[in-house]
Design a protein around this ligand. Structure first.
Ligand SMILES: Cc1cc2nc3c(=O)[nH]c(=O)nc-3n(C[C@H](O)[C@H](O)[C@H](O)COP(=O)(O)OP(=O)(O)OC[C@H]3O[C@@H](n4cnc5c(N)ncnc54)[C@H](O)[C@@H]3O)c2cc1C
Length: 407
């Protein structure tokens, strides 16, 4: 370890301040609204607007977060936001997946043009959606069927297909769509496109009724002869042509699939959301265990309950350490053994396990919608599923440590 960079787990002051600022908003605005929007199963526009008014729902906040040299701003902010509520948290953060997709695959000019349009401003909030998954292609991103065909005469791309389970799908102003331009090349023949606001042919399909994160909008996105100008191809035509030529020649493009590049960058931030849910459930349980009496004494005085709480906090802290390590590594030299996937795997499992234990501690009350741990338990499960399932994270880690194409 070098003398000029001593090992420290103390958060930089500016990062800690952002954490406090987000916590305040989560405590005063998000948490009190959580039950209502979960029950309504609707996008919480007024809350997102309030977040925009204080600069929390804001492309510059996200830009500064992604460019923070410690990598810790977004994990710290997201833990607090999702501590408030995961459904509303995802309503606030959902556009950032589209922003990350644009930044990862687009040129600088495209990023500057389209990322702000995913947010709008405090008086006119806009949304972004990142559309990869399809009914027959979730984990298997290389099997996308949505097709993009180039119309050279008009310098336009024509998109056809249906996307499944899209956060903000159909209600977003900017949709970032990953499509195949050469199906024979599978994942190597894909590209990302911007579908600008009000483009003809893009519509919302079925809106899903979900188990958890119900304030976040999830729907199909139907693309029926959607025409977008040539400049909406992220990265530009020259770069795509060169990539396709390399893939055809060597069977390898030398570049990551567009969707994969986005997911890699966002995994620790997704892990941080899961840590926030777990911490919220733990804190509710600690409080409850001190207040609830059975057999004449607070239930926390039983080792069985106190040990559960001890294990819950230990798991949460372990998950947070992996998330912070991965976030730091992501911007300081990159990953060695898929540490981004490790952090998301651990945090997702921790959130599911901790929220289940929280229900156990609350018992009968915890099984009802009158107590927030029931909602937190439903919300937590998505963290084993989206942005790469539990098994896909294991696959990524297994391939990284073995150097083999484990399947
Ligand atoms: C609420 C919600 C929001 C979402 N938001 C978005 C979004 O904004 N944009 C977007 O593009 N997508 C989004 N998704 C889609 C999500 O990313 C996919 O659901 C996820 O990638 C899993 O795909 P799948 O559901 O098709 O599962 P499948 O791929 O069919 O997997 C089914 C099971 O098989 C396992 N499995 C699959 N392949 C392997 C393998 N090779 N080895 C071992 N096990 C395997 C999986 O782990 C899983 O247990 C969202 C989903 C939900 C539910």
């Amino acid at each position: 370890m070098s003398d000029d960079k001593p090992f420290s787990l103390v958060l930089p002051e500016d990062v800690a301040d952002i954490g406090k600022w987000v916590h305040e908003f989560a405590d005063e605005v998000i948490r009190p609204a959580a039950h209502e929007w979960d029950e309504r199963e609707e996008f919480p526009w007024p809350i997102v607007q309030q977040a925009a008014q204080i600069g929390l729902y804001d492309w510059e906040f996200i830009r500064d977060g992604f460019s923070d040299p410690t990598g810790l701003t977004l994990p710290v902010a997201l833990e607090e936001m999702f501590w408030g509520d995961a459904g509303i948290g995802l309503a606030i953060f959902g556009s950032s997946l589209a922003a990350a997709g644009i930044a990862a695959n687009g040129t600088w000019d495209q990023t500057l043009e389209w990322v702000p349009q995913c947010y709008g401003d405090a008086n006119d909030v806009k949304l972004g959606a990142f559309c990869v998954s399809e009914a027959e292609a979730g984990s298997d991103v290389s099997s996308l069927r949505t097709l993009a065909v180039y119309d050279e005469a008009k310098d336009e791309w024509v998109l056809n297909g249906t996307k499944a389970w899209i956060t903000n799908g159909g209600i977003a102003n900017v949709h970032v769509v990953v499509a195949t331009v050469d199906p024979e090349l599978k994942g190597r023949g894909q590209a990302s496109f911007i579908v600008p606001p009000c483009t003809k042919g893009l519509s919302q399909g079925t809106k899903y009724k979900k188990h958890g994160i119900r304030a976040s909008h999830t729907a199909e996105v139907v693309l029926d002869n959607v025409r977008v100008p040539g400049h909406c191809l992220l990265g530009g035509k020259e770069k795509l042509d060169a990539k396709l030529a390399r893939a055809r020649e060597s069977g390898h493009s030398g570049e990551k699939q567009p969707a994969m590049a986005t997911f890699e960058a966002t995994r620790p931030t997704v892990g941080a959301m899961a840590v926030g849910i777990a911490r919220a459930a733990y804190e509710e349980s600690l409080q409850y265990a001190k207040e609830r009496k059975a057999f004449g004494k607070p239930i926390i005085e039983n080792q069985a309950i106190a040990f559960m709480l001890a294990d819950m906090l230990t798991e949460i802290d372990a998950a947070r350490l992996l998330v912070h390590r991965a976030a730091w590594m992501g911007v300081n030299g990159g990953y060695k053994n898929a540490e981004g996937s490790m952090s998301k795997l651990k945090a997702g499992r921790t959130a599911v396990w901790v929220t289940e234990r929280a229900m156990q501690i609350h018992a009968g009350y915890g099984y009802t919608r009158d107590f927030p741990v029931e909602r937190m338990h439903r919300d937590a499960k998505i963290y084993d599923i989206f942005e790469g399932t539990e098994q896909i994270q294991q696959l990524v880690i297994a391939r990284a440590i073995s150097g083999l194409r484990i399947s």
